[in-house]
Design a protein around this ligand. Structure first.
Ligand code: THU
Length: 155
């Protein structure tokens, strides 16, 4: 389980990662911080591409980074996303937080399915935040009900 303190830490890591977003095309900067079962934190930011289709979301950068290091079980992910100036999130006095009126950056369908590959839908927590005091939490099962996953293929 993820307590309030861990949520706070994860959100701050996601804000930090948001500052590294490479988003010159959409100018929408996203940071993610993923906590593994053993308590390590893996950060990711969105990385865009001139082909557009080569763009990868912050959540998948974090997950693939961890899996590439041999880590495959996770407890939670925090996501902070919103408009950026000049294709990079500029730090304000509030760090890389997102303005109050901005919609939460809920994960896209592809990222939800990638989470489904490595995370238990009933317990994996998804935290979407504007800053450490302003966030929503739900499980993967809530965002991806009745899902297809590894068990369908005998894994
Ligand atoms: N993006 C993410 O990083 N995560 C999401 O869940 C939604 C979208 C990125 C992809 C692209 O660089 C930009 O936000 C606009 O779609």
């Amino acid at each position: 389980m993820i307590d309030e303190n861990m949520r706070d830490v994860l959100i701050r890591h996601a804000m930090e990662a948001r500052g590294r977003a490479y988003c010159p095309y959409s100018k929408y900067a996203v940071g993610a911080a993923l906590m593994s079962e053993n308590g390590e934190i893996y950060e990711g930011c969105n990385i865009e591409n001139a082909s557009y289709g080569g763009t990868v979301c912050a959540e998948r950068v974090a997950i693939f980074g961890a899996v590439g290091e041999g880590i495959r079980t996770f407890r939670a992910i925090a996501i902070v996303g919103g408009p950026a100036d000049n294709g990079a999130a500029g730090a304000s006095e509030n760090g890389f937080a997102v303005p109050d009126n901005e919609p939460f950056a809920w994960p896209c369908g592809f990222c939800r399915q990638v989470m489904r590959e490595f995370c238990d839908p009933e317990s994996f927590q998804i935290i979407v935040a504007r800053n450490p005091e302003d966030y929503r939490v739900c499980t993967l099962a809530q965002l991806l009900p009745e899902s297809f996953g590894p068990e369908n293929l005998g894994k």
